[in-house]
Each structure stands twice: as C-alpha cells, then as structure tokens.
Design a protein around this ligand. Sequence first.
Ligand SMILES: Cc1ncc(COP(=O)(O)O)c(C=O)c1O
Length: 384
Amino acid sequence: MYEIGQAEIDAVAKVIHSGRLMRDFGGQGGWCERFEAALARKVGVKYALTTCSGTTAIIAGLLGLGVGPGDEVIVPAYTFMATALAPLAVGAVPIIAEVDETLAIDPADVERKITRYTKAILPVHMIGRACDMSAIMRIARRHRLFVVEDACQAVGGSYRGRRLCAIGHAGAYSFNYYKNISCGEGGAVLTDRRSVYERALIYHDGALTLYTSAKRPRETLFAGSKVRFTEVQGAIMFEQLKRLDGILARLRARQSAMHEVLEKSSRFALSPSNDPAGDCGSSLPLLFATAGEALAFMAAHEKRVGMMRPYDTGKHCYFRWEPILKKRGSHHPRLNPYNLARRKIEYSKDMCPRSLDILARTIALSVPYQATVKQARDVARKML
Ligand SMILES: Cc1ncc(COP(=O)(O)O)c(C=O)c1O
C-alpha cells in the first residue's frame, strides 16, 4: 500500500455513522456505486463492478463472456496462481504459454497454444508493465477469441494511451494490500459489454438476491456466488482512486531516475518494455546473461533497495502451481474441469523452458516510493 490517510478515515467514519455498511443500503448513489462510476470513467469503459478480490473479478470476466466447461484459456507461465485458477472456477482449463523478456505473455507462443477448444486469452500485466496488447488483440480477432486482461498488478497503467482493462473484452483489477491502490482486499471487473456486466452482477450477488438497487438485468438469472464489496470498502476505494494518478506519477519519477542511471550498466540490460510510457513505475526489472550473475547481483545489493528474482517468488511461476500441475481443478472430481475438457491436458514442470530461463536471469527492483528522486538515483548509482 503506497498511501492511505485522513481522507479514507473520514469516508469510513461517514459510513459507520450512517449505519449503512452493506452496499444494498448504500444503494444508488452509495459509496460502492460512486466508486464504480468513477473507476469506469477513469479507465474509459462503460461498466465497472466491485468484487471481494482480483481473483473473483477475473472469474466474473470469464463467466461474463460465457467461458465454461470444455473451454481452454491461455494464461502466462509467470503470474500469480490466481490467474490460472480463475478458468478452473468457471469449468474451463488453463493452458500455459511462455513469457518473453518483457515478463509478459509471448504472443507467438499464445498462437502456438491455440486449439479448436480455445475460448479466451488471459494476458497478465505483471509488475505494473503492459503486455503486447496489439499483438494479442490481433491474434484474438484472427481466431475469434475473447481477451480478459489481468491488470491486478497494474492498476492505472496503460498501453499506447489506453488504460489497461479498457483494451480486452473484460479486465480485472485487484485492490489487495500489495496493489497500487488498496482497501486490504478487493477487486473490480471492467468491461464495455452490458451482457458481461450483467452476468458479473448476477454472479457476484447470489443471483441478484440482495442488491435491489441494481437495474433488473436482461441476462437470465443463474446460480452465482456472493463476492460483493461493502460500503466500507467502497468508501476507502473512492478516496484511494483520487490518489491513483499521483501515486503513479511519483513512482514513475523515481523509476525514471533509476532507469537513466542503470541503462548505462554493462553488467545487465534493462528488461524490454511493451510500453514504457504506460508502465506503472512500481518496478524496474533487469536482465542478466546468466542466473548466476543475477543471483550475485542480488546478494551484493539487496540491502540497498527491495528486489526479487521472479523465479523465486512463492506462487508466481507455473512450476509451483501444484493443484494445477496435478490437475486437481476442483474440490470434487465430478466438478473437476480436467474431467470435462475435450482433450487430455498435460503439464510438466519444464514445459515452458524459455520462461524458466528468463525468470531465473531477471531481477526486479522495487521502486522506492518514499525516497526522493535524488535518493532513488543515488541508490541506482551504487548498483553500477
Ligand atoms: C497477477 C495477479 N492476478 C490475480 C491476482 C489475484 O488478486 P486477489 O489477491 O485480489 O484475489 C493477483 C494478486 O496478487 C495478481 O498479482
């Protein structure tokens, strides 16, 4: 979490004094609705719906587009496991594609992984950096696939002037503690399609049981879940959203100062970016010639600034996605999407060798938010 303070405290106090903590009571004009309207406006989409997490926002996007049993959804080898769990939650199976040096899904491998059962591509804008959305949308058009953007780690970022989540058919943000703006846990699904919004609405509220201020949907009701926001979360996020562009500007200024210094290094290269201008600025990945050099750099400098090797992070590399690699796709075998797939799905720990190589040779620096630009530059100089 980068910034939170009096504005959020005052907003939450208002909710508590009103006694209307559930979004149904906030109703039209309540905090959740005001936040959703402001978020949709900022991102440039027609609809935004809050959910209790980024994971449920991705699920809402997929089921909103009609993805279900027998379908395949292409996900990157490098992402938080939740991205790959989301297709399973709607009955589909994740197909894992390589990432390239940008740390985002490799469009060429996406195309190789398409089968006649592929229904959607789930590109992930990792560590604040956009995927090659032009290539992905071109592939999607060519093969008539849906695209659901996972921008959980890149809230507010953009690609060629358009905010992430406004490019695909649907997109998901996370507001958990580690994200650009946060209320502890939370998410939102964004889309231009009324049908997707309405199906997400039905899913997120049982079958539209409580949220009576929502307009009666045209879409048929189905059994959903209950993954809604509260007015407390809505109030915090309404204030957090006002801070978003300022947070990104501060991150970008520090990242840019570090970038200018580190691009002179002959020991590593700065990882290529699909759109430097749209990068959230939260991270600065460096690419080394070998994994050994990456590890030696980290050992020498990790006390100066936060850094991580993507290869080592908990559940972000496909080879650590145990329930997926073991094809345990549900709590019950008869609901297990792998038993509903239209072909045999095979995974192995070494199935994406290029990703493994790149992730082992990359070190991602955290951009120090609290530092001044000069301090950020000085930290970078010490790493040369
Ligand atoms: C890339 C990515 N996708 C999805 C998620 C899931 O978001 P949440 O934790 O809000 O469910 C995360 C969260 O860390 C993430 O980093």
